[in-house]
Design a protein around this ligand. Sequence first.
Ligand SMILES: NC(=O)c1ccc[n+]([C@@H]2O[C@H](COP(=O)([O-])OP(=O)(O)OC[C@H]3O[C@@H](n4cnc5c(N)ncnc54)[C@H](O)[C@@H]3O)[C@@H](O)[C@H]2O)c1
Length: 256
Amino acid sequence: MGTLEGRIAVVSGAGRGVGRGIARALAREGAAIAIAEIDPETGPDAAKELRALGARAMSFECDVRDRRQVEATVATVVAEWGALDILINNATGARKDDLYSAAVDQTDEQFDRLLDVDVKGSFFFMRACFPHLVESDCARVVNISSCDGSEFAPFMAAYTTAKEALRALSGSVAKEWGAYGITVNCVCPNAATEGVADYWKMYPDQYEAYLAKTPMGREGDPELDAGRAIAFLVGPDASYITGQTINVDGGYVSHA
Ligand SMILES: NC(=O)c1ccc[n+]([C@@H]2O[C@H](COP(=O)([O-])OP(=O)(O)OC[C@H]3O[C@@H](n4cnc5c(N)ncnc54)[C@H](O)[C@@H]3O)[C@@H](O)[C@H]2O)c1
């Protein structure tokens, strides 16, 4: 029996990339997965893949920036499956074409998009899930941040700002929700995804520098690295880990 047997999880942005890897890892441990995804094609495709693995899975076309869509998604999950134990806020407004530029060239639209998707979208889900997480005896929230934020990477002003705001939100809420037995953590992954591959093609020098700075000498895998670490973090053995940022990045960020 998997460590997440009978648990109900919501994963945002799980149509592709890291989110899809996380969904797969959680499903393999027995969790039922609700995908909240803006892309009308990748979300259902991911849910189909999870069902083929033997998991319960549903996909919701949901723009996390829209509070009503978020609340409707959570309400339907609870109506269908009767509970909600795990929330993974993974969706991002980052786009390869404007992620990397001088701070003064980053646009109002870009700041709004990143803050709305990565920060407010996560907050909307946390707020909507709270009444149900309180009822769970294994309540977990994981917010997906980035080492680009925690390392204050240059030429990524909007992205780093959003990802650090998400860490602040997570740390603050972790201190409140410990009283309810709900853990709240951040994970900063590095993983080979379609989006990242497109970005590396635009900036091959950055790819070489990233690999050189990564002690494990390779890119992470969305499921086997990020996903499995998160499966532990949302499982029964991690009830005393909260308010933390866990880097699942092959040692790219190291404080040892
Ligand atoms: N891949 C990496 O190496 C890496 C490194 C650091 C941090 N991260 C973080 O991991 C997460 C996933 O990264 P990725 O590389 O898989 O990104 P990605 O761009 O490949 O996937 C993001 C997913 O979010 C969905 N999405 C976008 N806007 C949405 C919205 N408004 N509502 C609902 N869904 C929406 C997209 O459709 C897509 O499926 C992000 O939070 C990212 O910041 C990734």
